[in-house]
Design a protein around this ligand. Structure first.
Ligand SMILES: Cc1ncc(COP(=O)(O)O)c(C=O)c1O
Length: 367
């Protein structure tokens, strides 16, 4: 698989060169975006599991105001945000490390594990864009296929641990399949695996599920690290803000690889995150809208004889094996940006749950 960097470069250049979306469209107001959407001038982005409703109004206002403070470094606002995150999860500030998106946290943990070389384990397919850099640093990748129903095969992952294994990555819910690990099984797995290796659990999509986060286990377990993000439920993907939660001694160790701790996020992004974290109304609305639109999408895909995996997230994984038209051509003709084939066998692909209107257009495009 090519790197995400190249892939994104290609897709965005492709979109621009097709004249579908001018570059300056990233600087337009919410109203202008709506007008362009009405006129079908903006593609429907169903590619990267972004939140189609965000940022919340509270976040937008806070971010706009904070532009005036952009001449100052982010020290004060960062410590406010860390306290707020800690309070929400009943943890201490020492349990939290901020990054420019949870990608920075995944990258830091993986680089920390790569210091003494060795191997790391992850499922296939799973979210893996952060792995390329650490493979270059000398960490060997061991992949463990998902089960038939596209969930993590936790016992096979335990069995895959080698004497030199440093880390196991679990994406829960898993991207691209939208499946979750059963909680008791996951906790048992963590208890077992962390006797030998670090377990990094990526909870980017946990807020779309009914499952409780694992953050409270970190005080008792130095080998468990949880990655979280403001990109998905809070609709702040472009603001680039995420965080890692771990035992304070573990945070101290991984933060040694971050040149300026908590320094990579702008004052504006921190303000957006601060306003979002207590915006329960927006979270509940997004949760319900996503759940209803996901149900609609799955029902419609199944009507078109497209097999779907039950999803606990804001995207759906489906098989194009029985779909007779050219899926990607249909999307292109209708100005819809999807993603790729993840598994050739069964032709499995993924679609992000957008607004109800966007998903209606998506279904219409496939008919
Ligand atoms: C499972 C998973 N983890 C992490 C990320 C990266 O998110 P961020 O925007 O916080 O870097 C993504 C983005 O799509 C993701 O799907």
């Amino acid at each position: 698989m090519g790197s995400r960097r190249n892939w994104l470069k290609q897709t965005s250049l492709g979109i621009v060169s097709l004249g579908i979306i001018p570059l300056e469209s990233f600087a337009v107001s919410k109203e202008e975006i709506l007008i362009k959407e009405e006129a079908n001038l903006i593609p429907i982005y169903l590619r990267s599991n972004e939140n189609p409703y965000g940022p919340s109004d509270l976040a937008r206002n806070a971010m706009a105001k904070s532009i005036n403070s952009s001449n100052r470094y982010n020290w004060d606002s960062v410590s406010d945000l860390i306290s707020k995150i800690a309070k929400k999860d009943n943890l201490a500030a020492e349990n939290i490390l901020l990054g420019a998106g949870s990608t920075e946290i995944l990258d830091l943990v993986a680089r920390y594990c790569a210091v003494n070389k060795g191997s790391f384990i992850l499922a296939d397919p799973t979210y893996n864009y952060w792995t390329e850099a650490v493979e270059k640093l000398g960490l060997t990748k061991i992949t463990v296929p998902l089960t038939e129903d596209k969930t993590h095969d936790l016992s096979a992952m335990l069995n895959a641990i080698q004497p030199d294994t440093r880390m196991i990555y679990i994406c829960n819910p898993n991207n691209p399949t939208g499946t979750i690990c059963e909680r008791v099984a996951l906790v048992n797995f963590i208890n077992e695996a962390t006797k030998k290796v670090i377990v990094l659990v990526d909870e980017a999509y946990i807020d779309f599920t009914n499952q409780e986060s694992l953050v409270n286990l970190v005080t008792e377990n130095k080998n468990l690290i949880i990655a979280k993000t403001f990109s998905k439920m809070y609709g702040l993907a472009g603001a680039r803000i995420g965080y890692g939660i771990a035992n304070s001694s573990t945070i101290e160790k991984i933060s040694q690889l971050q040149s300026w701790n908590n320094g990579s996020i702008s004052v504006v992004s921190v303000s957006g995150a601060l306003a979002s974290i207590s915006d329960e109304k927006f979270v509940l609305e997004t949760y319900m809208r996503n759940k209803n639109t996901r149900e609609y999408t799955i029902k419609e895909l199944e009507r078109l004889k497209i097999q779907c995996i039950p999803s606990h997230s804001n995207f759906v994984y489906f098989s194009l094996a029985n779909y007779t038209k050219d899926f990607f051509e249909q999307l292109k003709m209708n100005n819809i940006i999807g993603t790729k084939i993840y598994e050739e066998k069964g032709e499995w692909s993924r679609i992000t749950i957008g607004t109800k209107k966007e998903m209606e257009q998506f279904i219409k495009a496939l008919e």
